[in-house]
Design a protein around this ligand. Structure first.
Ligand SMILES: Nc1ncnc2c1ncn2[C@@H]1O[C@H](COP(=O)(O)OP(=O)(O)OP(=O)(O)O)[C@@H](O)[C@H]1O
Length: 328
């Protein structure tokens, strides 16, 4: 049984478990791809699996999906063992992969109706799912003529058309332009809103932060962190940065402000690092006013880079991709 264990950090205190992974290991030759991973995914949860290339995400997911056999450990999916290959699970799970295959000479609707037929679902299920992923307008467009974003949505629709309880999505927003990515986020949020459990692999940390209830960060086959993005960021205790346009206050003056830990000059701004942004903002306000002053707070990407060893020092947070910016 999986329900009598202490819930993982950030998880609801009670609640049914969709996926339970206990001490799972998988070795390829001398490469320990998965090295004793334990985690639970709650039903209805949007769970992110993050980690650098080669961290073991795909191997773990494929073990959970029943596509690979673990060397040791136990896995339960919707209360069942996925290995040996458990066909009773197939109608209950949906899988979208980077290698999702399409019937390219069919229209979007024909393609989806074909997939629906494989699960003994009717064409109405295809129409409903096209609506869910906002592809109704493109229903009569040949798959080969769909844009990249539309194809990604069709791949998700193909994983959804049989109405699964649990969905595995592998980098569904890879190669999408920013607007298409944001549009897809709305589709994914709607899926969660329907109560489905989603296991989500991505290299986009902003996306994980925006969508996931909890994330596991894998490093070299082990879990380096597992919690809600918010709690991971808060626990990391990374400093906030206040950016004051250059020339408004001097470096020494800024360094002397109560609560300022470090001051540097970067790209036309004076950057004040602090663990007490409220206090420092007040002090800056009193000195020069807050016009043009920006704050940058730590993000999940900062936590990730710290854990995965790719943090390039205190300036890393200056890159917009690493930070959220908001007017002070
Ligand atoms: N079939 C295989 N045979 C041998 N080694 C493998 C096999 N599959 C994966 N590996 C190795 O196991 C390790 C984990 O790979 P895995 O694909 O699970 O990582 P990943 O986190 O999904 O990476 P990515 O983000 O690049 O998809 C890597 O070192 C990989 O080279």
């Amino acid at each position: 049984m999986t329900t009598d264990r202490t819930p993982p950090p950030g998880a609801p205190l009670t609640g049914p478990v969709a996926v339970s992974v206990q001490e799972v290991r998988k070795r390829y030759g001398d490469r320990q791809a998965v090295d004793g991973i334990s985690l639970d995914v709650q039903r209805g949860e949007f769970f992110g699996l993050l980690g650098p290339n080669g961290a073991g995400k795909t191997t773990l997911i494929e073990i959970v999906e029943g596509l690979r056999q673990a060397d040791s450990g136990t896995v339960e999916v919707l209360g069942e063992r996925p290995w040996p290959r458990n066909t009773a699970l197939l109608p209950r799970i949906g899988v979208q992969t980077q290698a999702s295959a399409f019937f390219v000479r069919q229209t979007a609707r024909e393609h989806l109706a074909t997939v629906a037929g494989l699960y003994r679902k009717d064409a109405a299920a295809a129409d409903r799912t096209l609506e869910t992923v906002a592809l109704t307008e493109q229903r009569d467009v040949l798959v080969e003529n769909l844009s990249g974003g539309q194809r990604q949505r069709l791949a998700i629709a193909s994983a959804l058309v049989h109405d699964p309880e649990l969905i595995f999505l592998d980098e569904p927003t890879a190669a999408l332009d920013p607007q298409a990515r944001r549009d897809l986020w709305e589709v994914l949020r709607a899926l969660k809103g329907e109560g489905r459990t989603i296991v989500y692999t991505t290299h986009h940390l902003d996306e994980a932060e925006a969508l996931c209830d909890r994330v596991a960060i894998l490093v070299a086959g082990r879990i380096a962190a597992l919690d809600s993005p918010h709690r991971l960021v808060a626990a990391a205790g990374a400093p906030a940065r206040l950016l004051v346009p250059a020339g408004r206050i001097g470096v020494a003056q800024a360094a002397a402000l109560d609560g300022v830990d470090r001051v540097s000059e970067q790209g036309g701004s004076l950057v004040l690092e602090t663990a007490a942004p409220g206090r420092v903002l007040q002090a800056v306000d009193a000195l020069t006013g807050l016009d043009g002053v920006m704050t940058r707070t730590a993000t999940l990407e900062d936590v990730y880079l710290e854990l995965t060893g790719h943090h390039h020092g205190p300036d890393a947070g200056r890159t917009p991709a690493h930070t959220t910016e908001s007017p002070a």
